[in-house]
Design a protein around this ligand. Structure first.
Ligand code: SF4
Ligand code: SF4
Length: 600
């Protein structure tokens, strides 16, 4: 095949491959003897025993044959013998995309089981990066990468939303602890701990932030959260884009340095920990002068040093632990989470196999953002579901936000009776909080007068508004229209909202949603984007332009994040909220309350 007959993109992929080859990658590309020992280590193979295209060696060969053809002498001399083959067309690149993004989560379990030291995941990542460099990638990967490049975090969380959320959480913590000094410090200089998080925490799981804040506060830590450069996740690890990896890591490191932080603590996230602590300095090509550690180590140290007290009897439900692939296989973080679990839970049960031999949650390698492969991914979760069920535990704990989503999907798909949580939530639940003892102050004369006036007005009964009578966070008095063509989703979301006091209306298509909205004038409408008939994005624009419905708050909930641009590219007011499926009860409530301005 000459350069002239090869497509432009195929030619670029071949040329760029030459620049990516290093000793480790060449060793892995050349080292496979096709013994097949890695085959059964892959969760895709276990779920598809009759399909050889899922075998790690077969998948690796789709990349290896290009290397052999262009960069290995054996491929030039005896190409038929070593199965060397080039890529020539854009269709060839699409086929490669299906393998490297859609049939592997880069979990590295096969790498661990190869006697020849072949690390397929490493060159699978390289192949992803080559395809991304010519624009061949799943749509979700493009969307998430764009957000991380342009907005600075991979979920497109705007700075004002992030700061507003932290403010909100500070107020809640002050109320809960009865302590004015219990706040989340922002951009404090010379802190001993700079705490970085996953944007999923802001968007779906703010409880993990408030639980961590409570722990730092109780430990008396001199800590802070940065106002920007706070996202420790790094989509460059998944997309194979080292430039993105470097840019994200640099943002985080530079902000920590600017604050003169002494230690960067990384909240519970497998790929964030690996990207930031293990790969970040290489990608960013910079050295840092502060330490980095996982929040798991931080929490463990606080307990061991007596800086916080915990009561494990508050966590009686049997728990098991899922090791994130990045934490366990790539970073060796296996014993600290177990030590912590034993300190804060009464009944911890190991899952088998575990630690570096654990199976992937199915959500690794950025798989959660590639909705076109969801059925394949869920099928590959069979072995994970079996592992979970065999523990007999009711809660699975993991130190990774990606794994939380992957496990929740597996649990739902295989109908297991389990919940997923993180270590920070269990530590916060077990935390023994000693409330500050109020000190009696001697009032000044002016304060005495003010106190008497306050007493008099307190004695005068005031009418109680309905909203005041409702418990904090209640949706009592609000009408919410849930729109989705999936009946299960409508039932699930409606039950959550009704349980918290809302009156819920339901619609299963765009037309039905518009009719119901016009008739009932709800306070807020949730909207799925992908529905038969009039699509969600059309419904959104039509409602925004409608004189009667234009002001109705609309909350997008979609299983296809790649459709996000269909909404945000429209020349109308942005939606009042946005969530990707799968949703959690807590994430839905937090975001709906925020959109409705309901204090929580
Ligand atoms: S890295 Fe994981 S998902 Fe990919 S082939 Fe190996 S075992 Fe399978
Ligand atoms: S990658 Fe390793 S274990 Fe798998 S077939 Fe090749 S040599 Fe054997």
């Amino acid at each position: 095949m000459s350069k002239r007959t090869r497509s432009h993109n195929a030619q670029k992929v071949i040329e760029r491959m030459g620049k990516k080859l290093n000793r480790q990658i060449v060793g892995s590309l050349a080292g496979c003897v096709h013994c097949g020992l890695c085959t059964d280590s892959c969760h895709y193979v276990l779920a598809n025993p009759g399909d050889p295209t899922y075998a790690p060696a077969y998948k690796a060969d789709q990349i290896r044959k290009i290397f052999k053809r262009h960069y290995d002498w054996t491929g030039r001399v005896v190409p038929w013998w070593v199965k060397a083959k080039s890529v020539s067309s854009d269709e060839d690149l699409e086929a490669l995309k299906d393998t490297v993004f859609g049939k592997c989560t880069n979990c590295r379990r096969c790498s661990l089981n190869c006697p020849m030291g072949v690390d397929y995941a490493t060159f699978n990542r390289m192949a992803r990066g080559l395809l991304v460099s010519v624009g061949v990638m799943p749509e979700g990967v493009a969307v998430v990468s764009k957000d991380q490049w342009e907005i600075g975090n991979q979920m497109g969380v705007l700075k004002e939303d992030y700061l507003e959320t932290l403010d909100w959480l500070s107020e809640e913590m002050q109320d809960e602890l009865g302590d004015e000094s219990a706040v989340i410090p922002i951009d404090k200089e010379d802190a001993d701990v700079v705490y970085s998080i996953n944007p999923r925490e802001v968007k779906y799981d703010p409880r993990t932030i408030s639980d961590a804040a409570k722990i730092f506060h109780q430990a008396g830590e001199n800590w802070t959260m940065p106002s920007e450069g706070w996202d420790m996740t790094n989509f460059g690890l998944f997309s194979g884009d080292d430039d993105l990896g470097g840019s994200v890591a640099r943002r985080l490191f530079e902000k920590t340095s600017a604050l003169r932080g002494r230690k960067l603590v990384i909240s519970e996230c497998g790929h964030g920990y690996r990207s930031t602590r293990c790969e970040g300095q290489n990608w960013a090509q910079m050295d840092v002068d502060f330490e980095m550690e996982s929040s798991v180590n931080t929490m463990l140290r606080y307990i061991e040093q007596g800086r916080i007290k915990v009561d494990k009897s508050r966590n009686k439900t049997p728990v098991t632990f899922h090791d994130s692939c990045n934490n366990a296989r790539s970073c060796g973080l296996t014993e600290e989470p177990r030590a912590l679990l034993r300190l804060v839970c009464e009944d911890f049960r190991e899952m088998h196999p575990n630690r570096a031999e654990n199976y992937c949650c199915t959500g690794g390698g950025g798989a959660m953002s590639m909705s076109e492969y969801t059925p394949r991914r869920l099928k590959s979760g069979k072995v994970k579901a079996e592992q979970l069920e065999a523990t007999g535990a009711q809660i699975v704990v993991t130190s990774c936000h990606n794994c939380v989503d992957g496990l929740q999907d597996v649990i739902r798909h295989y109908k297991l009776d389990m919940k997923v949580t993180q270590l920070v939530n269990l530590v916060a639940k077990a935390l023994v909080v000693e409330k500050p003892v109020p000190v009696e102050a001697v009032p000044t004369p002016a304060e005495e007068v003010a106190a008497i006036t306050a007493e008099v007005s307190a004695a005068t009964p005031a009418p109680v508004a309905a909203a005041d009578a409702a418990p904090r966070g209640s949706l009592d008095g609000y009408t919410i229209l849930v729109t989705d063509d999936e009946p299960d989703f409508v039932t699930f979301a409606s039950a959550i909202l009704e349980d918290h006091g809302a009156r819920v209306l339901q619609a299963h298509s765009g037309e039905e949603a518009m009719e119901t909205a016009r008739r009932e004038m709800p306070d807020l409408m949730t909207l799925d984007l992908s529905m038969p008939g009039t699509s969600g994005s059309e419904v959104f624009e039509r409602m925004r332009r409608d004189p009667e419905l234009g002001q109705l708050p609309i909350f997008i909930i979609t299983g296809q994040p790649e459709l996000r641009r269909l909404i945000y590219d429209r020349d109308v007011r942005s939606p009042e909220g946005y969530l990707d499926k799968p949703i959690t009860e807590q994430g839905l409530l937090f975001n709906i309350r925020k959109a409705l301005n309901v204090p929580h």
